[in-house]
Design a binder for this molecule. Structure first.
Ligand code: JHZ
Length: 394
């Protein structure tokens, strides 16, 4: 049974950056539920994929050193540990992962045509289609079975998870490997990072809920890694149950026990989380208003999908955060979805006109602070809402 626990108000599409501000931008209710049987956390309103993931999708995986490094390290691990003859990436984005592999040994699937174009240009086979059973059948006919399927931050964006895993199963041989990684629900609850919820994130996975859903498809997790990326992610290594050659690592039991200790399988945990989210909103607004009252200027650092949830839920307008700054060409000179806050192009000296920078991309805090530390001497302070709204002093 699905039980409601959090209302994040009306939210525009998190990656719909408009070149001209429109106060009537379409918004959708963002309500979050917990399924007491499957233990899955999901949003209620499902927006058709075509509305979100199309030829104008602005998010590029390779815009940060952190993610480029993470994909590079993973590719080294995959080659050493599994040495697949053929690989597939579902949601290959701008090629941050595939570009680490031999062009003949990997296929990308990326429905956002603007992104698929990037990997096609560098001669990686890329299917600009949505992941479903028809595509899986087509790929099997063309390429045969695939030894290793990988997907980061994509499966949680697809509404019909049973179809997702059925399609994966169709392509995996009995000894095939599936690796998926997505933000960790446990980390989200611990860090109170409610901004992990937006219309693209239909689900927020835990080891418990992934175990339950893949069990129906005769798949099982045989290893789990905690990653620091995207504010704390889990990388799940999955195999067919029939494959007895791979041992199940203790990491799986440990993760599930940690989740249980924290109450990830209990509704009461989410009711409590909901209370913390409301407190976080009040405290963030208090800090922003105090800064403004003192006549200081605030810029948002990183025009993230997560920041879109924050500014719309907390009703933050340009009177509080004057601008955002971002390196993504597709976001520059557009407005933050739902609010008339303009996104400026990142330049070396951009922060010198501001007194505070709100970490929209708090998940890259280390990378950003390291890059911008020269501004601390000039008086710049960072501001974050994770795990609690606060000013960061250096
Ligand atoms: P970042 C997106 O979420 C959307 P977002 C998506 N739904 C998802 O699941 C996750 O990614 C994985 C900028 N930046 O990664 C680049 C700088 O400008 O936190 C990006 O626009 N300078 C697919 O949008 C943004 O911040 C910098 O130095 O919440 C980061 O976006 C750095 C490090 C980043 O994902």
């Amino acid at each position: 049974m699905k039980k409601f626990f959090l209302n994040l108000g009306s939210q525009p599409l998190a990656n719909k950056f408009l070149k001209k501000y429109n106060s009537n931008q379409t918004k959708y209710k963002l309500k979050i539920y917990f399924d007491t049987i499957s233990k899955m956390v999901s949003i209620s309103k499902r927006i058709p994929s075509k509305k979100m993931f199309n030829s104008k999708y602005p998010y590029r995986s390779s815009m940060s050193n952190t993610m480029r490094r993470s994909f590079k390290n993973l590719s080294t691990e995959i080659k050493k540990r599994f040495n697949p003859k053929m690989m597939l990436e579902i949601g290959s984005n701008d090629g941050a992962l595939v570009s680490n592999f031999d062009k003949k040994k990997i296929i990308g699937v990326e429905p956002c045509k603007n992104l698929a174009k990037i990997t096609k240009k560098i001669k990686y086979t890329t299917y600009d289609e949505y992941w479903d059973f028809n595509l899986a059948k087509k790929l099997k006919e063309k390429h045969g079975l695939i030894d290793l399927i990988y997907s980061a931050n994509t499966l949680t964006h697809i509404s019909n998870l049973n179809n997702v895993f059925k399609s994966i199963n169709h392509l995996l041989p009995i000894n095939g490997i599936l690796i998926i990684e997505d933000p960790s629900l446990l980390e989200c609850i611990k860090k109170n990072s409610y901004d992990q919820f937006y219309n693209e994130h239909i689900y927020l996975f835990s080891a418990i809920s992934v175990k339950n859903i893949i069990n129906k498809h005769d798949l099982e997790i045989f290893d789990i890694k905690n990653l620091s990326t995207h504010g704390g992610s889990l990388r799940y290594y999955i195999k067919k149950k029939k494959n007895k050659n791979l041992k199940i690592s203790i990491s799986v039991k440990n993760q599930i026990n940690n989740e249980k200790k924290y109450g990830i399988h209990k509704f009461a945990t989410y009711k409590n989380f909901s209370k913390n989210v409301k407190k976080s909103k009040i405290n963030l607004l208090k800090i922003l208003n105090r800064i403004k009252k003192n006549g200081h200027k605030i810029i948002g650092y990183g025009a993230t999908a997560k920041a879109v949830t924050i500014i719309n839920y907390c009703n933050i307008n340009k009177n509080l955060i004057s601008n955002f700054v971002d390196t993504t060409p597709e976001k520059i000179n557009s407005f933050m979805p739902g609010k008339n806050i303009k996104i400026l192009k990142y330049k070396n000296d951009i922060l010198k006109k501001y007194d505070y920078a709100f970490l929209g991309a708090w998940n890259f805090k280390k990378e950003i602070i390291n890059k911008e530390k020269k501004f601390f001497k000039k008086g710049l302070k960072f501001l974050t809402h994770i795990p609690k709204p606060k000013i960061i002093y250096y």
